[in-house]
Write a protein that binds this ligand. Structure first.
Ligand SMILES: C[S@@+](CC[C@H](N)C(=O)[O-])C[C@H]1O[C@@H](n2cnc3c(N)ncnc32)[C@H](O)[C@@H]1O
Length: 264
């Protein structure tokens, strides 16, 4: 059985909305708010937003957006996947998030017609756009939606295990499920083709996905091309300084041409 229901193989040509179609049904079970310090992300983003308005690019099922909206922030969320957005809207508090079905990597199509003091993209949403040019275009979309003095916050894992070839990783075991991923890494393109296998009493389900990892220095170049400058970089939402070996990266950018921005 395949999770995407299309019998796709890693790298066999994924549509831009493939991630949501593939993982929509299991996303909230696999990635609750507690996963990857989501609650800390909400706290930090709430501080940045200051009860104003925020735009999440790659909002998914609202894992971060809904609790942020409950904190009084008026959150708008863009996602390319109707499956993910449908799940968001069906959740308690889903009505608090204004959703937009759009491709955040298409500056011609993703235009909400307004600007926000906070734009954010978290939990590796950038990596879910598996082509460098489109990743850079999503930074352009983010920059265009930033209000004067506003900040863009981008959160992603630091790339790890990027040796060429296939490896087995992401082991996860609970009482009712064992999961792991076969990952085929191409360090030249920075593309990882992944086949995630979930074993339960009901059988074995396989989910294919393709991501492209980005290094912080590359992210800064993409941001610079979009007119943005880095104002802060930390290893996590708690503000741990970035060091070699840090597992995560939270970067804060502002628009180069916006005057009078406080740093950080
Ligand atoms: C790893 S999930 C993260 C979701 C959410 N930010 C969270 O913290 O749970 C990545 C999300 O990005 C969305 N996505 C991928 N490519 C996209 C694109 N080109 N435009 C808009 N959303 C996209 C996927 O559909 C998915 O919902």
């Amino acid at each position: 059985m395949t999770g995407d229901g299309k019998g796709t193989r890693p790298g066999s040509g994924h549509a831009p909305d493939a991630y949501g179609n593939t993982f929509g049904a299991v996303y909230d079970d696999w990635y609750p708010l507690e996963f990857a310090h989501g609650a800390e992300a909400v706290e930090a983003l709430a501080r940045y937003a200051g009860r104003a308005e925020a735009l999440e690019l790659g909002v998914g099922t609202g894992r971060i957006a809904i609790p942020l909206a409950r904190r009084g922030v008026r959150v708008h969320g863009v996602d390319i996947s109707p499956v993910m957005l449908e799940r968001l809207r069906a959740k308690p508090g889903g009505h608090l998030v204004r959703t937009v079905l759009a491709d955040m990597a298409d500056p011609g199509a993703c235009d909400l017609g307004r600007r926000f003091p906070l734009v954010y993209s978290v939990f590796n949403s950038l990596f879910c756009i598996p082509a460098q040019g489109r990743q850079a275009a999503s930074l352009t979309v983010a920059a265009r939606h930033l209000a004067p003095g506003g900040r863009l916050v981008v959160d992603h894992q630091m790339p790890a295990d990027v040796a060429p070839g296939i490896s087995v990783r992401h082991f996860h075991a609970t009482d009712d499920q064992i999961r792991f991923s076969l990952v085929d890494c191409d360090p030249v393109t920075q593309v990882m083709k992944r086949r995630t296998v979930a074993v339960t009493d009901d059988g074995v389900t396989s989910y294919s996905s393709v991501i492209r990892y980005v290094w912080p220095a590359e992210l800064d170049l993409m941001a610079a091309a979009a007119g943005l400058v880095l104002t802060a970089r930390r290893a996590d939402w708690a503000g741990t300084p970035m060091r070699p070996g840090s597992p995560g990266c939270v970067s804060v950018y502002r628009h180069r041409t916006h005057e009078g921005d406080p740093a950080g």
